[in-house]
Design a protein around this ligand. Sequence first.
Ligand code: NAD
Length: 250
Amino acid sequence: MLKSKRALVTGSTSGIGLAIARAFAAEGAEVILNGLGDAGDIAALCDELGATYNGANLMKPDEIAAMMVAVGPVDILVNNAGMQHVAPVEDFPPEKWDAIIALNLSATFHTTRLAVPGMKAKGWGRIINTASAHSLTASPFKSAYVAAKHGMAGFTKTIALELATHGITANCISPGYVWTPLVENQIPDTMAARGMTREQVMNDVLLAKQPTKSFVLPEDVAAMALFLCGDAARNITGANYSIDGGWTAE
Ligand code: NAD
């Protein structure tokens, strides 16, 4: 399905991004990986997927610009890299706020602005942004993340309108809780912020949000990303697809 397509997936050394990269590679796309991690592990992933890798730190606009030059024109851009920090707003470290806005929101602007000219030249493009249920609703103690993800949803709608006549679509996928390192790593801080045990955080905070009472799988998100790349999705743009077990229906 994606033969002759070049796809840059940010934050694809782990979790959801890696599942999307695997799904695209399986359909014949030339995949460019990005993200942090052990050099040996990343080399093994490149071998597995026939992919190349660019290790730009997406908190730094100059590194993003260098990456987009090195990578060249892409047909598919998936803005997926992200991080979380959990703390009451009065204790929220300003440097964590800045980092989350830079990675979860501003990086999406920088990659997009540099990818769009190549897509316009081809008259075809797919921009897929991994937002979150937190692009549609809020939870306490996640002020930076919720602000960034709401911003990503608004940015996506704006570029969808700008690019609508160029054969380029832009959409968000908004997962609920997906079992990845990002979720696992926020459990200790949530335990501290709410005075809860690990089991209480899992059942009373995380899965309490999802009526299906089960975690979303990275592969579920990848399947939606693949669908959005297909011809059947050519008129889907500016949408924000929830994959959240019913969370935001409540
Ligand atoms: P993850 O921690 O498994 O993966 C995050 C990826 O981002 C990794 O590849 C990491 O190396 C990369 N990354 C981190 N900092 C970076 C930086 N400075 N520069 C470049 N890459 C960097 O997390 P995940 O759960 O797979 O999250 C992926 C996306 O999905 C994020 O945007 C996250 O907000 C979103 N999301 C996750 C969940 C969930 O429950 N896991 C739910 C909704 C949305």
